[in-house]
Design a protein. Structure first.
Length: 311
């Protein structure tokens, strides 16, 4: 690590290198995506998508290598052995900042299929990345407020319909379908506004997870329950680029998806919906305890005090 450069200078250097890496791999990805658009059949488009995925994985690996070479962050990754990079997995994770995306890349790329997660529709306009996400078949979600749905009831359930259609597109491909179940990044204000029953988490939303399971049936090999913890306190992406995130812990637990969850009708059966809520609630309770245990484990080294103090 360039210790003498820690701070804004390192942040600017990292930002320049990451932008350069994005352009380097993004331009050929754009050309491949144009080819994908011109393909006459879904089968050919899926084959071209594999090339886009390879470029995205390489981009991720270079980003990780650059960060490891220049920064002092210690990565405490605990990933199950035997994950299949050609498999199909459902995944859920807590969400605190844009730094989480980088931490998922460094922990999972090459060990599991390249992840796809649901994006706000506005992000399709992000230069290079928006087009790349579209080429990777990332589903873009348009959120509707309660007021909009009240004025136009036909909008109700549109986001879940998008989930189902997106999952059907990559049903026969290696994939890791990632859900940030909280639906937004954790902040103290959001936590208080929700009156969340969890110490370190917002309330989870089960609908997207259930619809992904419905679209894939029993094709998912398992659920990967991902827990991301910053023992020295939650930090922004800029803090991370400046070398101000000394440690991050990423734990991945593989969980079997219960048969009654796979076979249930979340949309139309209240009992099936209740089973999903109980299942997800149990996962979230275990995750909350896990985060407390991790913070307690590191409290003696001076890590974790800022985060613990925020509660």
């Amino acid at each position: 690590m360039l210790n003498w450069m820690r701070g804004p200078v390192l942040g600017v250097l990292m930002l320049v290198l990451l932008i350069g890496n994005t352009i380097f791999w993004g331009v050929p990805a754009m050309l491949v995506i144009v080819v994908k658009i011109l393909m006459p059949t879904a089968r050919l488009r899926a084959q071209v998508t594999e090339v886009v995925v390879l470029l995205a994985e390489t981009w991720s690996k270079v980003n990780t290598a650059v960060a490891r070479a220049l920064m002092g962050t210690t990565y405490g990754n605990q990933v199950p052995l035997g994950l299949n990079p050609r498999g199909q997995y459902l995944a859920c994770s807590n969400h605190q900042s844009w730094t989480d995306i980088f931490m998922l890349m460094q922990a999972l790329v090459g060990k599991a299929p390249y992840f796809k997660f649901f994006l706000k529709q506005q992000l399709i306009w992000v230069p290079i990345l928006g087009m790349a996400w579209w080429g990777l078949d990332y589903p873009f979600m348009k959120r509707y407020t309660k007021e909009q749905i009240s004025k136009n009831p036909r909008l109700k359930g549109k986001d879940l319909e998008t989930t189902r259609k997106a999952c059907e597109r990559f049903r026969s491909s290696p994939v890791l379908v990632l859900n940030f179940l909280e639906g937004t990044r954790w902040t103290p204000a959001k936590h208080a506004r929700q009156a969340s029953p969890y110490r370190h988490l917002l309330k989870p939303k089960s609908g997207g997870l259930s619809y992904a399971i419905s679209a894939f049936g029993d094709k998912f090999q398992s659920l990967l329950d991902i827990t991301i913890v910053y023992p020295d306190g939650r930090s922004s992406l800029w803090d991370f680029l400046c070398g101000r995130v000394p440690r991050v812990i990423v734990q991945v637990h593989e969980i079997e998806i219960p048969r009654d969850i796979i076979d249930g009708d979340y949309e139309n059966d209240p009992e099936a919906r209740a089973r999903v809520h109980r299942w997800v609630g149990g996962i979230w309770e275990a995750k909350d305890r896990r985060i407390s245990d991790i913070l307690a484990q590191h409290s003696g080294t001076g890590l974790g005090h800022r985060l613990a103090a925020s509660h």
